[in-house]
Design a protein around this ligand. Structure first.
Ligand code: ZN
Length: 84
């Protein structure tokens, strides 16, 4: 049986975790950022209970989330500089 990388428990099956939640990807255009320009983040497989607990939150213990948010902040700073 597979082991969930979050809780380290053996589970029947794992479910897809959207590391960068869909709601955040959909919101990028509100900041004038094209979604296609966003770095591709590979989704992870975690167990159902961890996935439910996480919900639509960003897990900042995940390096992929921190790298994505750094990219996001830099993009927003670029946009701000354009208006100066
Ligand atoms: Zn788990």
């Amino acid at each position: 049986m597979p082991i969930c990388p979050k809780c380290n428990k053996e589970k029947e099956k794992l479910t897809k975790d959207h590391v960068i939640p869909k709601w955040l990807l959909r919101r990028l255009h509100n900041y004038g950022i094209k979604r296609g320009k966003a770095p591709k983040v590979v989704n992870e497989m975690i167990c159902g209970s961890c996935n439910v607990r996480k919900g639509g939150e960003l897990d900042y213990s995940n390096i992929k989330v921190r790298m994505f948010m750094l990219w996001f902040v830099e993009k927003i700073m670029d946009k701000l500089n354009e208006y100066e």
